[in-house]
Structures are given as C-alpha cells and as structure tokens.
Design a protein around this ligand. Structure first.
Ligand code: FAD
Length: 316
C-alpha cells in the first residue's frame, strides 16, 4: 500500500511532493507523460528546441521566489531580460529543466496513465489500464476538466469542477533563417496573441536559424482546436511570417501543438479540495489562476494540509 500517491508530475504535483519530502514523507508520483513538468515543457525537433508550453515564470509570493532563487543558484534557471522590464525567469537550457530539477530525488513514475480512482478498503484503488495499485491517500493534480474521467461524472465534486474553465491554446513552432525584428510581442486581440523569439532566451544552444514560438489567442484556439497539426501550420505560419515581415522561403521548420486545457480562464477560487476523511485531495493551477506559481501554491498548500491533518507516522 502506497502511503501517498500523487497523480500528475506537473508543477502542482512536484511542489506537493517536494514539501512532503522535506518533512520526511516519500510520496510516489504517477504521470502519463515522458518527463516531469507537465505544461512547463520543451519540444525538440529537427535539431531545434522550442518551449511550447509555459513561456516563462514569475513569482509574486516569497515562497515561489525562493524556489526560483534555488533553481537559479544551481544553474537550472535564469532571468530573461526580454525588454519588458518585468522579472521573468526561464529554465536553462530549456523550460523542461525546471520540472526535471524539481523532480530530482523524488520517486516519479512516467508513462503511467491513470484511468480511474475508486474507493477501496483503507484508501483508494488507482487504476492504470489493466494494472491497479492501492494508496492510503491520493492527491490528484490533473487539469480540472480531466478529473471527472478519473473520479466518475457522479462524484459530488463534479458540479464545482464543472464551473472551472480552461482555455485551449494552439502553438506554432518555427525555425526561420532571417533576422529577428523583435524578442517578444504580446497582442491580446490578435489571432497570434503572443510571439516569442525562443532562441533569444538565456542559455539556449546556438542554432543556425532563429526559433519562434507563436501562441494563438483563446478565440482562434477555440475555433481550431480540433484541426490537425498540419492544418494549423498551414493557417498559422503565414500569419507568423506576416508579423515578422519575412517571406515563406525563409522557413526551415514548422510544427504545431494543440493544448486543449492550456490556461485557466475561471479558477475554482480556493487552493484545493479535500474529502471529509482527508484521504483525497484535488489541486492544480485551476484552483487559483493561470500561472505556474498558482500550481506551485496549490500543490504546496495540499502538502501542508496533509501534514497538519495526518499523523506523520501514518504518512512515512
Ligand atoms: C501554451 C501555454 C503557455 C503558458 N504560458 C505560461 C507562462 O508564460 N507563465 C506561466 O506562469 N504559466 C503559463 N502557462 C500555464 C502553466 O503552464 C500552468 O499554470 C502550470 O504549468 C500548471 O501546472 P499543473 O501542475 O497544475 O498542471 P500540469 O502542468 O497540466 O500537470 C498535470 C500533469 O498531470 C499529468 N496527467 C494528466 N492526466 C493524467 C492521467 N490520467 N494519468 C497520469 N498523469 C496525468 C500530465 O501529464 C501533467 O504532467 C502556460 C500554459 C500553456 C499550455
């Protein structure tokens, strides 16, 4: 029987696990992806790299600011002075390094797709395909719209989860052999709401082309979220070339990614949900807001709550 199982090794799950580990509790994290970090991630293709999820992180509270300082001290993060004058931090040499560094020393089982979580004697049954394991306590950190698939649509929390809204985000990644006209461009009303020169971030490998990440705004993304990646490239690449003032013959690489649940538009408004017995927790960015720090705050709050309600001897 696992004492504490955490479903999802994004920033919320990792923050929860790190806080528990500091108290001597060793949780087991299960994640369906190939690497820890969730939506803080990096795609590699044709020898190029792109931070295709979170672009950078910021800290408003002292707790997350301390985490970023630690990551900077180990060379896993650095300030990105992209001209906005804001204190933006990126992972080095890529955003995925933030998750990798935070997962260090933790028991993370990647490629483990949880299909259901059901009450069982003395805890919970965590089902993954044909396999199943038992856990005394379960912390779920998957995006809110995916929780119903794990707990069942009849679960008492279904209505509260249904009120959480998460917008999709379509992301174009392009390598272009032409001088860059800017580092970042935020234009919330444009179909391409955000364009960033990925290769201008600190600590990036030298590439023969300039690499760009362009994110469509919520209206465009909602309209095209079911389009195939190739169709998205065909739609979004001409827009990017136009915004950069380059012709399409300069394009050396282009791919697209569909984030169905990218950024929180309507959060829950509390840091997490906990059942009456204190053995099931739900959390993630969607509890508080749309930033990595919100995920970290939710995950940390769940760990603190677990530590204050359960006897340490039961958790270790
Ligand atoms: C395109 C984009 C741009 C963004 N830009 C920024 C930004 O610039 N700055 C910022 O602060 N934030 C940004 N964000 C938001 C930020 O990425 C999120 O707020 C944060 O990463 C959420 O962390 P989380 O742990 O709550 O969720 P996630 O990162 O989604 O983690 C959930 C984890 O659960 C796993 N999982 C899901 N279902 C299952 C299952 N059934 N079984 C097992 N594992 C499962 C997933 O693989 C994932 O690793 C952006 C997000 C996107 C998508």
């Amino acid at each position: 029987m696992i004492r504490v199982a955490i479903i999802g090794a994004g920033m919320a799950g990792l923050a929860c696990a790190r806080r528990l580990a500091q108290a001597g509790v060793q949780p087991v994290l299960f994640d369906k992806g190939r690497a820890a970090g969730g939506r803080v991630s990096t795609r590699r293709s044709d020898g190029l790299q792109f931070d295709h999820g979170a672009q950078y992180v910021t800290a408003q509270g002292p707790g997350f600011a301390a985490v970023l300082r630690e990551l900077a001290a180990t060379g896993d993060a650095a300030a990105w002075l992209e001209g906005s004058g804001r204190a933006r931090v990126v992972g080095t040499p890529d955003m995925a390094t933030l998750g990798k560094a935070m997962a260090s020393g933790l028991d993370v089982r990647q490629g483990f797709h949880v299909s259901a979580i059901r009450p069982a004697d003395g805890g919970w049954q965590v089902l993954a395909g044909d396999a199943g394991l038992r856990a005394a306590r379960v912390v779920i950190t998957v995006p809110a719209p995916q929780v119903a698939g794990l707990l069942g649509a009849e679960h008492p929390w279904a209505a509260r989860l249904g009120a959480v809204r998460m917008d999709p985000c379509l992301t174009l990644m392009a390598g272009i052999a032409a001088p860059a006209p800017f580092v970042t461009r935020a234009a919330p009303d444009d179909a391409l709401a955000w364009i960033a020169q990925d290769s201008a971030k600190p600590g990036r490998p030298t590439a023969e082309v300039v690499t760009w990440v362009a994110q469509a705004g919520p209206t465009f993304s909602a309209a095209h979220v079911d389009d195939e990646p190739a169709a998205l490239v065909a739609r979004m690449l001409p827009m990017l070339c136009e915004r950069l003032g380059v012709t399409s013959d300069r394009v050396r690489h282009a791919t697209a990614h569909r984030w169905r649940y990218a950024q929180v538009a309507a959060p829950l408004g509390v840091p997490f949900l906990r059942d009456a017995g204190g053995s099931l927790y739900l959390g993630g960015d969607w509890c508080l807001g749309r930033r990595v720090e919100d995920a970290w705050t939710s995950g940390t709050a769940m760990a603190d709550d677990l530590l204050s309600h359960a006897l340490l001897a039961q958790l270790r």
